[in-house]
Each structure stands twice: as C-alpha cells, then as structure tokens.
Design a protein around this ligand. Structure first.
Ligand code: PLP
Length: 454
C-alpha cells in the first residue's frame, strides 16, 4: 500500500466531533482522551483524514492477523450478507457448521466441539462456567500478569490492574505467579530453575487452597498484554500434569495467541500441550466481524450430552462472523500466513529487535516468537528497573509517552503497555514493512534512551 491517501480534514473533524459528543470509550477518562479519526486501512497500514499514514505495529488490539481489508474475506462477508445475513443460534447453518469444522480441525488434541461467542471475554466466561459445572467445584486459579477480558468472571480472573476497579473481593478466584525469567518472582537464575520453582509454587497454591475446591486453572499460553512472557520449556506440561493429578480443568486462553500469531495455529503447539478447554477470538477472523469461542474436549462436551448447557448468546455463531472466519482460515492456508508468522519471528523481527537491543541501553530484554514480541524498556540494564513504574500514569509515565509520540512522528503506530512496547504487526507484514518499522523503532528508542540512568 504505497499510495498517499487523500486528505479530508473537514470530514475528519466531523467524525471527531460526533465521537467526542457521543462515543463513550473503553478504559478511558472520557474528558482526557483525543482519539485519532481514522479514514481507512489496508494491509499493514491505516491513515487519518489529514494525510498521515501509519504502519500498524499493533494489529488493532492484536487481531488483524491477515491485515486490514483482505479482499477475499471482505467478499465473503458481502456474499454472506446477501445470502443469509443473520439467523438464530439454535439452527444448523452452513457458515457456522463450516467455521466450527475448520476451527476444530486446527485446535490441538480432541478439542472438537466449538461454542461460539462474540469475543474473548465471553469465551473465558463460558470456559469457566463449563469447568465449574463439569467439576462441581467453585474456584478458579489464574495468574498475576494476565488479561482475560472485561466481563464479570473474565475480569475477575485477570491478573493486572484493569481488574482492581471491578474487583468485588475476587470471589471464586485465587491468583498465583507464573514464570517470568527476566523479572522472576522466584529469584531464579535460569529458565530451568524458574520452571521448577513456578511449578512448585502452583502445586503449593493448589494444596493450600484445597484441590477439591478448584474447578480450573486458567492461563494464557503465552501471556500477551501483560508482557509476552514465553513460558520456559516444561512449564505448561507441568501445569497439565498438576491438573490431571487433581481433576482440575486446564483452560488455555488463546484469544491473543491463536490463529497464527506465534507462528503456529495455536501457541499450545510450541509446548506440546493439550488443554481441556481453549478460548479463542481476535485472529479467528482477524476481527472483521466480532467472534470468539471455546473449543471443548470430548470429556467436557460429554458432560452436556444429556444435561443442557446453561449458557447461550443471541448471536452465538453469527453467520457474518462465521463466514468471515471460514474465509480467513482458507486465506491463511492458501497464503501460508502461519508459516509466514514463524518466518517473520525467526528471520526478520527476532534478529532485527535483538539488533536494536544491542544499540539501545533502554532495551532491557527482547522476547517473543512469530509476530508476537515485547521490548521490556528499562532505566538501567543492570538493575532492570522498568523505564516507568508499574501501572504509572501522568508525569510518571512521561518516558513511555515520549517514546510513543516519537514512534507516531516516525509513522509507526506502537503498542505501548506500562514499560513495554509490543511488536505485534499483522502476520502478513512484508520484509520491507518490517524494515520500515524497525527503522522507526530505532529512532524512537533513541528518545527512550535519554531517560536511562544506567
Ligand atoms: N483473553 C486474552 C488473552 C486477551 O488478550 C483478551 C483481549 O485482549 C481477552 C481475553 C478479551 O477479549 P475481548 O476483548 O474480545 O473480550
């Protein structure tokens, strides 16, 4: 996408004015925000009404795995709209059946039944409900440094500050520390030590909570928004073993990591582990129409063979969303997009980001895989003090705000969370686009470097 989009500041001003007058935005103090009015998007880029074009290193909120406006998927949505734009969930309709078949074929192990939702939080919500009904147990274990969505139960199992304002005593949820070698909660010196200590800590948590009270352990396969912490080898299979030992349902949340993001269809494949329930959303249709779901093991599905599942949604398996999923999955196969994400990680983004780390003292660690990377920015490499304090705002967050502004001035839209920038572009990013983004990051990191003290 190289043509310069035509500017239309007047139209942009009208969009902005109506937004400011009537749109109530997520996660925001409404009086303090200034959302960019977006005129269009294609592939890895989007543009505003003033003629500025941005390379999108965020994939929206990490969902446009195939990039914006893929013509095949757009056409499939149009065709479905013309054929059967909507239909109630109790019926068997072609796009829903086909999407479920294609998803079940790609999820690991025997996760062969698909419950569709409208997004990720509802998927987590229903996975926890299934686990509680299947086991007859009340509690859920989840990790600090996690995000699972903003509805009642999903925000409750979330382990980051977004939970705090909605935390009604954390009813039913107990949180534990997952592995994070760079900022080890266990003071480990090696990955192997981190793995062993994290598993021992989880085992102790289960023992002291009472194994018979725990329905599920919910984990992101690779924690995403919380920092893209790839778990050390052996950790997830160790969790699987603990779940098996105590009859606990193992839920892997692949809302962010699923559908190619990490260079495999699902991140679980990297760790050779099969959960009992797997939640997905985002990449399932690159967010072209809202869709999420739970892939369910044969054993848990059987619980609801004769007994009704007490949960449902008006738009479960909406035909437009499912048609978009069918087209997306086919496009991903035809264009080898999963393989492309793996190649991006191994050959382009991994080496490129490590090269930046060598030259910029503000980069404490580079971690990730596929099209899923984090730069952990620090004041001081030796102490690993984060560039801004945990959950900083206002003046305390000035270094990250300056870094983000520098990226935008370079034509790069960055994903910034606390002291990290995540490099999560579409999996279709070209080598040339990656170089453009790395060059912009290089310049913006020079701004971050000015805040280092090491
Ligand atoms: N789970 C994970 C791992 C996520 O990253 C997210 C969203 O970022 C969610 C669940 C919630 O998804 P949604 O915003 O579609 O409800």
């Amino acid at each position: 996408m190289n043509q310069s989009p035509a500017a239309d500041p007047q139209a942009g001003a009208a969009v902005k004015a109506a937004d400011r007058a009537h749109v109530f935005h997520s996660w925001s103090a409404q009086g303090l925000i200034d959302p960019l009015a977006v005129a269009g998007a294609e592939g890895s880029y989007f543009w505003d009404y003033d003629g500025n074009r941005y390379l999108d290193f965020t994939s929206g909120l990490v969902f446009t795995n195939i990039g914006y406006q893929h013509p095949t998927v757009v056409a499939a949505i149009q065709q479905q709209a013309a054929t059967l734009a909507t239909f109630a969930p109790a019926f068997a309709v072609e796009p829903r059946s086909e999407a479920a078949r294609l998803i079940a074929e790609r999820t690991p192990g025997d996760l062969d039944k698909i419950f569709f939702t409208n997004g990720g939080a509802e998927a987590v919500e229903n996975a926890v409900r299934m686990a509680r009904l299947h086991t007859g147990r009340p509690k859920v274990l989840s990790a600090y440094r996690s995000y699972h969505g903003a509805t009642g139960t999903a925000i409750n199992v979330t382990g980051d500050p977004r939970r705090w304002p909605s935390d009604s005593g954390s009813a039913g949820t107990v949180r534990f520390w997952g592995p994070f070698p760079y900022r080890s909660p266990f003071h480990s010196a090696t990955e192997a030590e981190e793995c062993e200590r994290a598993l021992r800590h989880l085992e102790d948590t289960v023992a002291f909570e009472g194994p018979g009270t725990i329905a599920a352990i919910v984990l992101e396969t690779v924690p995403g928004t919380a920092g893209i912490m790839v778990p050390p080898p052996g950790y997830l299979s160790g969790v699987r073993e603990i779940c098996d030992r105590y009859g606990i349902v193992f839920v892997l949340d692949e809302v962010m990591t699923g559908f190619g993001r990490t260079g495999t269809w699902f991140a679980a494949e990297h760790f050779d582990v099969v959960p009992d329930l797997l939640t997905f959303a985002k990449g399932v249709n690159s967010g072209y129409v809202p869709l999420g779901g739970v892939a369910i093991s044969a054993e848990i599905a059987a619980t609801f063979d004769q007994r009704p599942y007490p949960g449902g949604l008006t738009y479960s398996g909406h035909p437009l969303a499912c048609a978009a999923a069918v087209a997306t999955i086919r496009v991903m196969e035809e264009e080898s997009i999963v393989e492309r994400a793996a190649w991006l990680g191994e050959q382009v983004l991994g080496p490129g980001l490590r090269d930046l780390a060598e030259r910029h003292p503000s980069v404490g660690e580079v971690r990730g895989l596929g099209a899923f990377w984090a730069l952990d920015l620090v004041r001081d490499r030796a102490t690993r003090e984060p560039l801004v304090p945990y959950n900083a705002s206002g003046q305390d967050n000035a270094p990250m705000a300056a870094f983000a502004a520098a990226c935008k001035a370079e034509g790069l839209w960055p994903f910034v969370n606390m002291n990290r920038t995540h490099v999560v572009p579409p999996c279709t990013l070209t080598e040339e686009e990656a170089k453009e983004g790395l060059t912009a990051l290089d310049r913006a990191l020079s701004v971050a470097d000015t805040f280092t003290t090491g």
